[in-house]
Write a new protein. Structure first.
Length: 153
């Protein structure tokens, strides 16, 4: 079956999103022994209500197999431009060798251009195959993010 891409409202997919998000967290999250996944769904719904949250999906025969969620807002340093920062991007491992990730990113890029977004930023943990894909799609590495666990109660 062909993978289809679309933009979908959070309220219609939240229950489908939860198990895929848990798979994503278990694959890439740091400090899993001390920082547990606990999504603030109310904040996501508020961002969507404010027109700042965009959820793009990849579905294979109707089954959710990937998502790309962005928060698009005017930049504090460049108020004339909207920057779309990815919140999360994930494609189920069994769909990664089928160009689903590349096609999802290209779909989102086209949709964001239509929405008047100036810059699309994908922050991701270093992962060579994904880094190579972003370079192939003409993204430029622009920052390195460091993190340090300071303590968890």
């Amino acid at each position: 079956m062909t993978v289809l891409f679309s933009q979908e409202p959070l309220g219609e997919i939240v229950d489908e999103l939860k198990p895929l998000l848990a798979r994503h967290w278990s694959e890439i999250a740091l400090h899993q022994d001390t920082i547990k996944l606990n999504v603030d769904w109310d904040a996501y719904f508020k961002l969507e209500d404010d027109g700042a949250l965009f959820i793009y999906t990849a579905r294979d025969d109707g089954i959710l197999v990937g998502y790309f969620i962005v928060i698009a807002v005017s930049h504090l340093h460049y108020k004339d431009h909207v920057f779309a920062h990815n919140d999360v991007i994930f494609v189920a491992p069994e769909h990664r060798r089928k160009s689903t990730g590349a096609r999802l990113i290209q779909f989102v890029e086209a949709q964001l251009k239509l929405a008047g977004v100036s810059v699309m930023i994908i922050n991701t943990k270093r992962h060579q195959p994904f880094d190579d894909l972003l370079i192939k799609l003409e993204f430029s590495e622009s920052e390195t993010i460091y993190s340090k666990l300071l303590g968890v109660d």
